[in-house]
Design a protein around this ligand. Sequence first.
Ligand code: AR6
Length: 175
Amino acid sequence: MTRLELIQGDITKINVDAIVNAANSSLLGGGGVDGAIHRTGGKQILEECIAIRNKQGGCKTGEAVYTSGGLLPCKYVIHTVGPVWNNQQNDETLLANCYYNSLKLAVALNIKTIAFPNISTGIYRFPKATAATIAIETVTTFLKKEQHTLNSIHFVCFDQENFVLYEEGLKNLKS
Ligand code: AR6
């Protein structure tokens, strides 16, 4: 059984094998959680991102790539690119792809514990309630459908609004 955990706080401080970054397609850093990860993780992460960029031209929306964790407590950072909210059907698919593809990469890397931020719900303006539902549904579908050895998946909420939405969503899952 894989545990689903809910945490309120800063993802750069979480002790897991991999944390997921809500990056942009340039992979060159930015604000929000991306800024915090690069600031705390140090220049190693940016150097590896630049190498990926030089090799494959960044990362497309919904896809995921990985670097080391640099100075962070985690071994890896999985960088995924969420959709900018445009109120279109495809946004939801692209957001689900972020969670699914990050988990696929985690399994390929033999990761046992992984932490997700609330992808796209900050600067990219995705409605938080819909995003929480997509995150929880996609993760649970992955765990049912795919072969994996994940021990725990941590949803790390920075703000209270997301925390309450996830609390509700995870409670509904149990009942
Ligand atoms: N730990 C955990 N969650 C955080 C942290 C943190 N340290 N800081 C912010 N959040 P955002 P996006 C939450 O804006 O919407 C960047 O410039 C935040 O409260 O970081 O996917 C990238 O380079 C929110 O709930 O990411 C892209 O250009 C969630 O993380 C763009 O922003 C996501 O907010 C991506 O926008």
